[in-house]
Design a protein around this ligand. Structure first.
Ligand code: ZN
Length: 424
């Protein structure tokens, strides 16, 4: 069977899968999980000792553990060094069409130092494409689309999305911005997929009149989409919702519904929630379908905020208020009795936004816990920012950290993070 036919089959299968109750979702997941764990324990050396055990007994892993045991965890006999060399070679030459032993290999775009490699078989590629298309397409799979996809690296993973009627165009985010804008102007995309920092640049180009895009859908990926950026993008692109695809190498975790709510994709991933407070949690994910490189109880470094109210779209998958950011980016304040207190990125954001009209900013907490605010703002606004931080510290019964100001700057070769804690 051809790959395109497979993608279509998967698309139809996923599109028609409806869940009527939370119990039904649970039952579905349990059934899938049982079968999947049987496969994994029989085929991945790392997991053989967990045969017939429940998921809760499997070890919780992270990127480092996964990379350290890469050879024992993958079921397609690919060696880590070989895979790394191959993936780095593809990025260096910007040539992404090759495969290693018929497996797509890519580097994960983490900001952390441990480099990750992911493996995707041809069947998984088609399955993933079928799934993602149910989430991305606006008018069914047989309509015509032009999809502009801004990404750090292309991959033959994405080729599976293209077809006779779906024209898929890769935009290299490292290419010259003006060239990308010209290319996008000529392409006239129906769907634009890019990280928020790139979407903001495109929105600016729209404002300046050098770009005239009329996308039906705008999809944000790879970086945290801040509320105020989202509002700006909605206006600039004249769309009601900025969609988000929360996709990492570990799986397609969440997507936005037509009401603008982000839902976890609980039909393809099982998610355990490690709660940080009543609504914030760190997800521990188990991909229910990936077999070449199984993802079992992988603890992501992200903080997600649960939405308690039901979404009017009727989808029963867990709804998210937002994807708040990396767990590493949670700030630390010193309490009056000498303990460190976690302050979530959202509180830091509010200090800036409550202070006044600040469009571009970054807030960085250094190792010594001092805070640097990067923003082009005048003295009175700086004072108000300090006041907001003082109020926040008071609320948390903490000492206000030292605050410094610098002109706004950001290294566009890195992911844009408005709120960041310096790891080293
Ligand atoms: Zn919804």
């Amino acid at each position: 069977m051809s790959s395109k036919w497979n993608v279509l089959q998967y698309y139809i299968q996923y599109k028609n899968r409806k869940f009527k109750s939370i119990e039904q979702i649970k039952r579905y997941q349990e059934k899938k999980l049982k079968k999947h764990l049987q496969f994994v324990t029989a085929n991945a050396e790392y997991y053989t000792e967990y045969q017939d055990k429940d998921l809760e007994e499997f070890p919780i892993i992270n990127k480092k553990i996964m990379m350290d045991h890469f050879n024992q965890m993958n079921t397609v006999g690919i060696d880590k060094e070989e895979a790394l060399e191959f993936a780095i070679g593809s990025e260096r030459t910007r040539e992404f069409s090759e495969k290693l032993h018929n497996i797509t290999v890519g580097l994960s775009s983490g900001t952390s130092d441990s480099r990750g490699v992911f493996l995707v078989s041809n069947a998984e590629k088609d399955q993933w494409a079928g799934y993602i298309l149910t989430k991305v397409l606006t008018r069914g799979i047989l309509a015509k689309y032009k999809i502009a996809f801004f990404m750090r690296a292309n991959s033959n993973l994405y080729e599976a999305i293209g077809s006779k009627n779906i024209q898929f165009e890769f935009f290299d985010i490292y290419a010259d911005l003006d060239e990308n804008i010209q290319k996008l102007e000529a392409f006239q995309a129906d769907i634009i997929v890019a990280q928020p920092s790139m979407l903001l640049k495109l929105a600016d180009a729209m404002k300046q009149g050098v770009l005239h895009a009329k996308p039906e859908r705008v999809i944000s990926i790879a970086e945290v989409l801040e509320k105020e950026d989202e509002e700006y993008l909605k206006k600039a692109f004249a769309v009601d919702v900025i969609h988000q695809v929360y996709q990492c190498t570990e799986g397609c975790l969440a997507t936005t519904c037509q009401y603008g709510t982000i839902h976890l994709n609980e039909d393809v991933v099982h998610i355990e929630k490690e709660y940080l407070d009543e609504r914030r949690f760190v997800p521990i994910i188990t991909d229910l379908e990936r077999t070449s490189q199984p993802i079992i109880r992988y603890r992501l470094n992200d903080v997600l905020v649960e939405k308690k109210e039901l979404c009017p779209c009727g989808c029963l998958f867990t709804a998210l208020e937002k994807i708040e950011g990396r767990e590493d980016d949670v700030f630390q304040f010193l309490s009056q009795d000498g303990k460190m207190v976690s302050v979530f990125p959202d509180f830091i954001r509010r200090c800036i936004l409550f202070a006044g009209n600040v469009t571009n900013y970054r807030v960085l907490q250094k190792q010594d816990n001092s805070i640097t605010v990067y923003a082009d703002i005048d003295e009175s606004l700086k004072e108000r920012v300090i006041e907001e931080f003082q109020k926040l510290a008071e609320d948390k019964q903490c000492i206000t950290p030292r605050i410094e100001f610098e002109a706004y700057s950001y290294d566009s070769s890195r992911k844009l993070k408005r709120v960041e804690r310096c790891g080293k």
